[in-house]
Design a protein. Structure first.
Lengths: 220, 585
């Protein structure tokens, strides 16, 4: 640097701090300031939370595009839209996935309280409920198929299969994340962050399902 | 010297093997160069396609190699048109400024060791690469490349090969390619946003970020919100084609004497989904160029950017408004006049932030000690082309005028100038400006100027007459206008444009020679050849694996402290502590 007269190290005056301003959000990880940041390996723990929020924004836009297509397509004149009788098992599935959010929240509460055993127990239940939900969705599909309602039968069934398949794929990803945290140690993330972002994702998928279910009910 | 050990340890150790280092690399710099080379390959293909089209427009009966019978059919012309648009928009204008330069310089400019999620970054690139392979494969699948344009309008794109050659396998490959591209861009956007929010160096407040970072940031937000919509549309379109659904396909279609079984779908629905993505896509292509232009104009005027805050806010405003104007692509679709009016007013209101940017660029130049280096020339060219191309947008924003001009060359001229050539000039400015940092060597100035002038003049020679052809009623997408009496009078203009296109394309060879020659033979660059202020110029050229040798900078000032009164040099790096500036006085 040509302009500097380089002498001893000048005292660092850090008026405005980290990340352009913010201090690391509390909670897990213990900070990304000076010094090595433990499990984070250079990336602040809150970055994973930011990434999840941003990612959910993208996923939301994807589903909202489908929802707006659904609304437009349904409201078309000459849409040849026939209301779809929603399989009854979806009520049960909805209850299951809502319950899984509660078990997940409870399991994280226990983790924060230091109850490893309880955390694993309720985390396991969340995973199981997730599997039940997906199995229930499969059963719903089987019921529709046996009633002769296929993907191409009617726009209402087309949308039903597209929505449930897209949601199930996303939930499957969440399920893998649940399993991964249960059985594999996390390297870059602390346990707190890892469970936090998985919980964010899971609750989002739960809420999204409730929204879609209401959409189907409204379209009966 | 001015940086301090605020430790942000390397996210991953420097890799050693060739494959880890250059192929499946997680280093944002390598990934940036990979994106850049992908775009370079794509742009060569895209230019060749456009030259073939220009040639065919003027000499439709000339013998051509590689075409069966030596003649280009009308369908082949349409497939070239489709592939030119698709390759240029997705794999050049989206890939180079954001994936290429954004990836390389965003982390360095904010003082970070890498992107927030390096593995995701690698994944983004390789999915983009797969998408590129898929689109190129469309040339060689049975039936050849699709003919439905880069917008893939239904029902043409939704039915299958009965609608024309290329609409079978070719169109399917197109949808697969675009869907993969959406996925990759979503991952990339996520990474950019998280990196920019959380990985900035101490002191790097939002209002101290270089305007390039603002451009990449808002572009990433646009990508995050837009690509998911196109992905949704792509999935529905694929189902219409392969599973017999009727999302976009109406009842009663009879094509080539075959009755189609679809019922009740809406072709307009596809247009809405497509343009809800498609209009933000225009800004995805141009916003990074705006950032680069501001950055380069300031550096080579030796003046701070005029109205920095207004510039940053104008980028945000353009991004915000960009989501509300997609309907102006559909004025002729029979939409309600009230919708048309709303879209029209919103579209024209984009002129306000655009004008703010333009006047502030001029304000930056005003009274500066201007250095006409090659990157500066291309940045000035960017401003010129952006204004020339943008002004015609105000005409097209009127539904009444658009009804007349919609399917003519006027629209083609408009978007080529403003989003095509202007964005390419932004990419060139970035290349000449950052080449020394990326490869440690300078590009040749004389060759750069030899490249600039024919490109600049040539671009105007191609696209200015195109406006006149459009106003005279020259219809776009016609493979051969010679059979239409009133269009024959426009042929001399077409000939002029074609010759200009070949000369302009030839000038790009100078760039390629300069690029590859300078990689090996260019003069060594040093850390800061342009005497610039931002963080990338405080580290080695090329930067080490963790960007700053583990010595991460703190930031004490805005990005454009040029010609500060009382300072010894006419630039003050962002990481120079105030105490040292005082001492240097």
């Amino acid at each position: 640097m040509p302009s500097t007269v380089d002498t001893e190290v000048v005292e660092l005056v850090r008026t405005s701090k980290g990340g352009g301003g913010g201090t690391p959000s509390g909670g897990d990880g213990g900070g990304d300031g000076s010094g090595s940041s433990g499990a984070s390996g250079g990336v602040p723990q809150r970055t994973y939370v930011t990434g999840m929020v941003v990612g959910l924004g993208g996923i939301l836009m994807f589903f909202m595009a489908l929802v707006s297509a659904y609304i437009v397509r349904k409201g078309m004149p000459n849409s040849s839209w026939e209301p779809l009788a929603v399989p009854r098992i979806l009520w049960l599935n909805t209850l299951i996935i809502i319950a899984s959010s509660f078990t997940l929240a409870h399991s994280r509460r226990l983790l924060r309280a230091g109850d490893e055993q309880g955390f694993r127990y309720w985390w396991g239940w969340t995973t199981t409920l997730g599997v039940f939900f997906l199995a229930g969705q499969l059963i719903a599909w089987r019921q529709l198929v046996s009633a002769g309602i296929y993907l191409k039968s009617n726009p209402s069934s087309s949308f039903f299969y597209v929505f449930t398949a897209a949601h199930a794929l996303h939930l499957l990803g969440g399920l893998l994340a649940l399993l991964s945290i249960a059985f594999r140690p996390t390297h870059r993330l602390t346990r707190g962050t890892a469970t936090e972002i998985v919980a964010m994702y899971w609750h989002f998928m739960d809420g999204l399902w409730v929204f879609l279910f209401l959409l189907f009910l409204q379209g009966r | 010297m001015s940086s301090h050990a605020h430790a942000a340890p390397a996210q991953h150790a420097a890799p050693t093997g060739f494959i880890r280092k250059y192929i499946f690399s997680k280093d944002h710099k390598v990934i940036g160069i990979q994106y850049f080379l992908l775009a370079l390959t794509a742009v060569v293909i895209g230019i060749v396609l456009s030259l073939l089209m220009r040639f065919h427009l003027v000499w439709p009966n000339a013998h051509l190699p590689f075409f069966s019978g030596g003649q280009m059919t009308q369908e082949q012309y349409l497939s070239l048109l489709t592939m030119h648009g698709t390759i240029m928009v997705f794999f050049v204008l989206t890939t180079a400024p954001q994936g290429g330069f954004g990836n390389y310089f965003l982390p360095i400019q904010i003082g970070a060791p890498d992107m927030a999620f390096p593995t995701l970054n690698m994944l983004s690139f390789w999915v983009t690469f797969l998408a590129f392979v898929a689109i190129i494969a469309a040339f060689v699948v049975p039936g050849g490349a699709p003919i439905s344009g880069w917008t893939g309008y239904t029902p043409l794109s939704g039915i299958g090969e009965v609608t024309g050659p290329g609409e079978g396998w070719g169109q399917t490959m197109w949808i697969i390619s675009i869907s993969l591209f959406c996925l990759a861009s979503l991952l990339g956007a996520l990474n950019f946003i998280a990196t920019l929010i959380d990985m900035r160096a101490p002191g790097m407040t939002l209002m101290r970020m270089p305007l390039t970072c603002w451009g990449w940031f808002v572009t990433a937000i646009l990508g995050l919100l837009a690509f998911g919509v196109l992905l949704a549309g792509g999935i529905l379109l694929l189902l219409d084609r392969s599973a017999g659904t009727s999302f976009f396909l109406p009842a009663g279609l009879v094509i080539n004497d075959q009755i189609q079984t679809h019922s009740g779908g809406s072709p307009l629905l596809w247009q809405h989904l497509f343009w809800f993505f498609g209009h933000p896509e225009v800004y995805i292509a141009i916003l990074p160029g705006m950032g680069v232009a501001s950055h380069v104009l300031s550096t080579f005027s030796r003046k701070p950017v005029f109205g920095y805050r207004a510039m940053a806010m104008a980028i945000c405003a353009i991004g915000f408004l960009g989501f509300m104007v997609w309907g102006h692509h559909m004025f002729v679709s029979g939409m309600s006049p009230y919708s048309g009016f709303t879209f029209s007013v919103l579209t024209m209101s984009i002129g306000v932030p655009s004008a703010i940017k333009t006047f502030n660029w001029l304000g930056t130049l005003w009274g500066g000690k201007i250095q006409f280096k090659t990157p500066m020339l291309f940045a000035l060219g960017f401003v010129s082309l952006f204004v020339s191309g943008g002004l015609s947008g105000l005409f097209l924003a009127q539904p009444a005028v658009d009804n007349l001009l919609h399917a003519t060359y006027y629209v083609v001229a408009h978007f080529h100038l403003v989003m095509g050539v202007a964005a390419i000039f932004g990419i060139f400015a970035a290349t000449y400006f950052w080449f020394p940092k990326m490869f440690g060597r300078m590009m040749n100035e004389t060759l750069g100027k030899i490249h600039f002038w024919p490109t600049f003049v040539g671009a105007y020679c191609i696209f200015m007459p195109m406006h006149f052809i459009g106003i005279a009623g020259g219809i776009r997408r016609y493979a051969d206008a010679s059979a239409v009496a009133y269009l024959q009078k426009l042929q001399p203009l077409h000939e002029f444009m074609t010759i200009a296109a070949f000369i302009t394309a030839a000038a790009q060879l100078v760039f390629l020679c300069n690029f590859f020659w300078s990689l090996k033979r260019g003069a060594p660059a040093g850390k800061n050849p342009w005497n610039a202020t931002t963080l990338e110029w405080t580290t080695d050229s090329p930067p080490p694996h963790d960007n700053f040798h583990g010595d991460y900078p703190s930031v004490y000032r805005g990005p454009y402290d040029f010609s500060v009164p009382g300072a010894v040099d006419d630039f003050i790096p962002q990481n120079l502590p105030p105490a040292q500036v005082a001492r240097a006085k």
